[in-house]
Design a protein around this ligand. Structure first.
Ligand code: ZN
Length: 262
């Protein structure tokens, strides 16, 4: 038989658990909303906020704001400066190039593993996602394509059954999506991209790791070649959006930057 003291501890504990669960839900909801707004660039890259300002904008309290922003910082989508506030992570040409380089390192290996481990149901899901393409004159179809592209690459990563590898690839793609939403790849490549996805998925479905590795490498290499030209235009168009390279930074910049005043 439990004593009265034990019972009241149980009740207090259960109230505390309910409060914690409610707080977790608030944090999760705010995190998802903020993440979507950052990824789709509804919140401008580089834009600064105070804690109270973000709370007002999303009708949220200080604790959820703090927790959600901490998670977003961990993903590289937000910057936190102690005692100063928050800023949406700026976009830079070097970040874009780093992300592409990482794709080339991780995605061919992931495709090869996926070819060995993927389930028949995942193959069907991949086939459906690979059919997505966009029309150049239709911005909504481009936004749909960006989502399908993200899901396809993440599903291949999940099919490796390696959670760590899958986390890395998902993070690469969530960060790349911000550049895509800015229209960096809004060019006449809808059909080409869809074909590249289809041959990649066919290689995975044939359970051929070598072919899957090669097709994934081809897809990323071609994407890098396509973006190189567009990036030059985007730097000019988005000087306010793209973070400038700090003076004295010796890291190699593979795209020539426009001269001031041009
Ligand atoms: Zn793709």
């Amino acid at each position: 038989m439990r004593s009265l003291a034990e019972l009241s501890i149980d009740i207090a504990q259960s109230r505390c658990n309910t409060r914690n669960r409610a707080m977790e839900t608030l944090v999760e909801t705010l995190y998802q909303r903020l993440r979507l707004d950052i990824v789709e660039c509804s919140l401008n890259p580089g834009k600064a906020f105070s804690e109270a300002g973000l709370g007002r904008l999303y009708d949220a309290g200080r604790t959820p704001v703090r927790e959600a922003c901490r998670r977003l910082e961990h993903e590289g989508l937000m910057r936190i400066t102690p005692f100063r506030g928050y800023a949406i992570a700026p976009l830079s040409v070097s970040e874009f190039q780093d992300l592409e380089e990482m794709q080339l390192i991780f995605e061919p290996a992931a495709a090869a593993l996926a070819a060995e481990r993927i389930s028949p149901q995942e193959i069907e899901e991949l086939r459906a996602l690979a059919r997505a393409e966009y029309r150049v004159d239709d911005k909504a179809s481009y936004r749909e394509f960006i989502r399908a592209n993200y899901q396809l690459h993440c599903l291949i990563a999940q099919a490796t059954r390696n959670i760590r590898l899958s986390d890395i690839i998902a993070n690469i793609h969530i960060r790349l999506m911000r550049f895509f939403y800015l229209g960096l790849s809004f060019e006449a490549h809808g059909h080409t991209l869809s074909n590249e996805h289809i041959v990649l998925v066919n290689a995975i479905a044939a359970r051929d790791p070598r072919a899957a590795r090669r097709k994934a490498a081809d897809h990323v290499t071609r994407a890098i070649a396509r973006s190189a030209t567009m990036l030059k235009g985007a730097i000019r168009f988005g000087e306010a959006v793209f973070e400038s390279v700090p003076a004295g930074n010796t890291s190699p910049v593979r795209v020539s930057k426009p001269r001031r005043g041009k």
